[in-house]
Design a protein. Sequence first.
Length: 182
Amino acid sequence: MDEIEVVVGRIGKPHGLRGEVTVDVRTDEPERRFAAGTVLRAEPPPGSASPLRSVTVTGSRWHQSVLLLSLAELPDRNAAEAARGIVLHTTLAADERPEDPEEFYDHQLVGLRAEDLEGAELGTVTGLVHGAAQDLLGVRSLDGRDTLVPFVAALVPEVDLARGRVVIADRPGLVAPFIDED
């Protein structure tokens, strides 16, 4: 796999008369993903009449903690209104990493072996759930149960991409079942 496509945002309501739109940001690197000149794949919502399949960022700015985008394909408010709900995607190199070494892209974590502090296998990472308060690491345990582990340093002290594993400070009932559940 040389490249992977990720969602970076969703177009919201228009802002002003010149075609700016609000964006529901779905990336930790908005300055990087929405830089002027960036071309993003556009996925209109089901039932949309929008012909847009890609958009080019001409500008971005923050307004009261909301990201506003100017896109070459949206010259006015009417075009911006028609683009509402479009999901924006970008392509990453499979080996690309976030600028912060303590952050990870979802695709880097999926498939990693989950181990406890002693190195015993607990299961496999199946995905991430991005919550308002914190992210949750989805883990399929060895007995086939799907569990969610808060993705915080106290419970996930180590992510080792090179060795293909995450270390989980497991607690009874978190990934491994309670003793009386056997």
